[in-house]
Design a binder for this molecule. Structure first.
Ligand code: GLN
Length: 485
């Protein structure tokens, strides 16, 4: 059941708290051993009690079970970020999004598996083992919000929160049949999100239908004085507009299909087919779809620019994990200098991908290389934003892929950084530019429901929900949950 219906049925007493919570835990017992979506799972009894209380208090998501990515602070639970470095770190406070979830009556069921410090595209850099794609266990679900996507697609939670620095909500959503949204930079507070590359990332919702996605965004979005990059803006009415799209379509709206991706060698033919199908479906709902090119300079340089900026910021943000401020505190050896202690802890508790990025990031910021890499990447970032805004001037949204290939098999790309980074080709555009981006499932390809992406203007979330509603109505892709037998 979608969250909006769970809330309604629980409130009316048509389904009991025991039945709802029980059915979710039953799925967890059956499926979690083969999927590995959770790093921390709360006990059924504790969660049941909280759901009961929430239903009696009421609220927009009263009683609904939400899985939360393990880089978001939930007071009293561990925040491992998928790393050994934070294995025993317990959140001393709630992130703003969690505070707002609680106010809405939603209940956190557990913390989900993820690529270490959100660095990865497949879920395989986690120190807690890879998460598997519930639709095909030999394949990855996509990352870095791998556990959040797998949990919702497997019915082990009704909704989930992820974070998206360079596609980490959208890539796993598009490989598991979910709706996912990377909000406009500044719409959702990052207070309590463990930073990886803070100028690029946002927390966002993941759900099995567009109305649920909108409801969850409504709950978590809005100005927060605790985040200096938070926007003072109205963040209501998303669910209403998603329903409007579902019921009435999105007539008179204009969408540009970004045609570079129809020819790009990095985009698989299946994905090209999905893009064309999505264009047709939108067309059938009254949307006017035309084509335009983004240009090679944007498509070719966005990805390297993203990785330069992300690694540079990561090298600075991850400096705090030194075994003194954060991380395991070990007894220093009597002869050990500060630098030796610091190096020993970091070498021991960080994984390979994280270490690689810290080293590359520090190097790219060092004197001599800063202008050659970091400053140049910032210029490309500006170019990307300007070009996207130029294309968006005359239309409501851009249609492009999210995932550019089908999900790889476990082990297929994780040891080859170039292949892994190439999966983010289309997703990084929205992060570099701060623009909002929605992923919606379009069709099944070899049994796996796969999505495409719509990008709109700054704070254009409403238009994305309108178009997303129309697309859901046209595709009928909703409530996709793996069967348990
Ligand atoms: N795959 C990208 C990276 O590794 C994006 C990850 C993310 O969005 N957190 O940086």
């Amino acid at each position: 059941m979608p969250a909006w219906l769970v809330r309604e049925e629980l409130a009316k007493g048509n389904i009991s708290v025991e039945d709802y919570v029980g059915s979710v835990y039953e799925r967890i017992e059956r499926l979690e051993p083969s999927i590995n979506a959770f790093i921390t799972l709360r006990s059924r009894e504790e969660v049941m009690e909280e759901v009961r209380e929430a239903v009696s208090r009421g609220g927009k998501l009263a009683g609904v079970l939400v899985a939360v990515k393990d880089n978001i602070h939930v007071k009293g639970l561990r925040v491992t970020c998928g790393s050994k470095m934070l294995e025993h770190y317990v959140a001393p406070y709630d992130a703003t999004v969690i505070k707002r979830l609680r106010e809405s009556g939603a209940v956190v069921i557990g913390k989900t598996n993820m690529d270490e410090f959100a660095m990865g595209s497949t879920g395989e850099t986690s120190a807690y083992g890879a998460t598997r794609n519930p639709w095909e266990l030999e394949r990855v679900p996509g990352g870095s919000s791998s556990g959040s996507a797998a949990a919702v697609a497997a019915g082990m939670a009704t909704l989930a929160l992820g974070s998206d620095t360079g596609g980490s909500i959208r890539l796993p959503a598009s490989w598991t049949g979910l709706y996912g949204l990377k909000p406009t930079y500044g719409l959702v507070s990052r207070y309590g999100l463990v930073s990886y590359a803070d100028s690029l990332e946002q927390i966002g919702p993941m759900a099995r239908d567009i109305v649920d996605l909108a409801l969850l965004l409504e709950v978590i979005a809005g100005f927060d004085p605790l985040d200096a990059t938070s926007l003072r803006t109205d963040a209501r009415g998303f669910a209403e507009i998603a329903k409007k799209g579902l019921e009435e379509g999105a007539g008179d709206r204009q969408v540009l299909l970004i045609s570079d991706f129809l020819e790009h060698p990095g985009v698989d033919p299946e994905i090209r087919g999905l893009l064309e199908l999505a264009a047709d479906k939108l067309g059938s709902m009254g949307v006017e779809v035309s084509e335009k090119r983004l240009g090679d300079e944007v498509v070719d340089y966005a990805l390297p620019a993203y990785y330069v900026i992300a690694m540079a910021e990561a090298s600075s943000n991850l400096a705090r994990y030194d075994g003194i401020r954060y991380g395991p505190k070990e007894e220093p050896k009597p002869w050990e200098s500060w630098n030796e202690y610091y190096s020993r802890i970091r070498a021991k508790y960080f994984g390979l991908e994280v270490k690689t990025r810290i080293i590359l990031g520090s190097w790219m910021l060092s004197a001599g290389y800063r202008d050659q890499y970091y400053i140049r990447a910032l210029k490309v970032r500006r170019l990307v934003r300007d070009r996207l805004l130029e294309l968006l001037r005359g239309v409501d949204a851009l249609l492009l892929p999210s995932a550019v290939t089908m999900p790889p098999r476990l082990g297929e790309v994780v040891d080859d950084p170039e292949k892994m980074y190439a999966l983010d080709l289309a997703n990084v555009l929205a992060n570099l530019s701060g623009l909002p981006a929605l992923v919606a499932p379009v069709a099944r390809v070899s049994g796996i429901p796969v999505g495409v992406q719509l990008v709109s203007k700054p704070l254009g979330e409403k238009i994305l929900f309108l178009l997303g509603g129309a697309l859901e109505a046209a595709t009928g892709m909703r409530n996709l949950v793996v069967p348990t037998n």
